[in-house]
Design a binder for this molecule. Sequence first.
Ligand code: GAP
Length: 517
Amino acid sequence: MELKTKAYFCHMANNEDLFKNIIAHAKEYGFVFQSSELYDGLSAVYDYGQNGAELKRNIREYWWKSMVQFNDNIVGIDSAIFMHPTVWKASGHVDAFNDPLIDNKDSKKRYRADVLVEDHIAKIEGKINKEVEKAAKRFGDAFDEKQFRETNPRVLENLAKIEDIRNRFFPALEAGDLEAVRQVIIDLEIVCPVSGSRNWTDVRQFNLMFSTNMGSLSEDSSVIYLRPETAQGIFVNYLNVQKTGRMKIPFGIAQVGKAFRNEIVARQFIFRMREFEQMEMQYFVRPGTEMQWYEHWKETRMKWHLSLGIPASKYRFHDHDKLAHYANAAADIEFDFSFGFKELEGIHSRTDFDLNRHQEFSGRKIQYFDPELNESYVPYVVETSIGLDRMFLAILSSSYKEEKLEDGSERVVMNLPAMLAPCKAAILPLMAKDGLPEKAREIMDFLKSDYMCQYEEKDSIGKRYRRHDAIGTPYCITVDHQTLEDNTVTIRDRDTMKQDRVNIDRLESIIREKLRS
Ligand code: GAP
């Protein structure tokens, strides 16, 4: 059955509704569940269901392949989550991995001071956008948004307010002047969203690392941390890998693994989690060449994102003006999530800060002898660091489409890049009788050693197509009575919904081609 339809995108009420729909869809189709949902959930912790785990694994593999397999000077490791506590002293996390927190005395709710101020700024930006929207309606085609933003008095007044807040707040935050941070909140008359009051406590620094005890007897136990980034596992293994792998600079060490942060503001679904996964690569270079490698990795990582076929307009760079004390250049690759452009990946030129600190705290020499220069030095590091869960969210939200079809029906389809799809092909006997299931099982057995496939015989064929559209399966293969006569099946393309009749012998190569494109 060919559905001769031309799909067009429904206009959603707004981005907030769209985001809610994506979250509901992720649950309904086995992508993401709230952790411990049976016990009312655990905030900012999520589980990946049967389709989510596959999608996540495919993203992870795509990253690993392009970073490790395709670069003969990058190797991968898998270091432990628990590390010696001094690692986190050396890295600066014990002393400085903090969020500024403030409590409302009436609601007893705790907030991140910077988020309260950012939300206040977002409200002012909302006012500006409303002005722009109103003017756009008023002037129609003649509207010049750029000129309006640069000249309208109300827009300019609000922009000046934002500038003023930023100029006061961020220097205070950076200087660790918590009294001045609090004063900005008071002066802006920010109220607690729950109690509506301005009854605020002092601002305090709160360390984001989770800690636990190691050792079975309490008197023997010592506090250790759950790693807040995977990068330190790479730094402390630098010498091991360089020596055993006989690596020559420049070279990289990559790793994928869990990281843990006691995030206070936990919202936006899997965007900010307390337990998440990072894909990081530290590239060790000769001092003085780091800016060249920094530019190289910025470009390479952006190309990686674009290779997935997501429109370039969804991505942008955000170069950091203010740098962390260990960095001499830093940029984020931001993604246009339904709640605005936000950080997806960081590219940082971290100088020799980390290796130097580990040298200092461990008392061991961490150096590289450069045969070309005939000298030893502590290598500089360029880091690429992306959150796997955030990448998952970026893929999920850019693939999710609600479509109205020409025949009046509707469908939800996930236009996932084929190579990332949890299931590559669904094998569907038209009916659960007449030898069709047996033939379909034969095809399934033939394809499943190379591709994740699903066999389904329940419900009408139309319902089964919709179910596979909803999880992003690129192909549905239908076995019907003709199959038994001439060894052909229909193969339906998820995006065009077009069906072709092909010989079973061609199925493998059709899927292989699709995954390559
Ligand atoms: N080693 C450098 C580092 O950890 P980061 O900017 O703190 O840098 C890197 O984190 C990436 O990890 C971010 O760009 C983001 O994708 C991801 N990430 C950080 N915190 C996260 C959280 N709470 N939940 C999910 N992903 C997070």
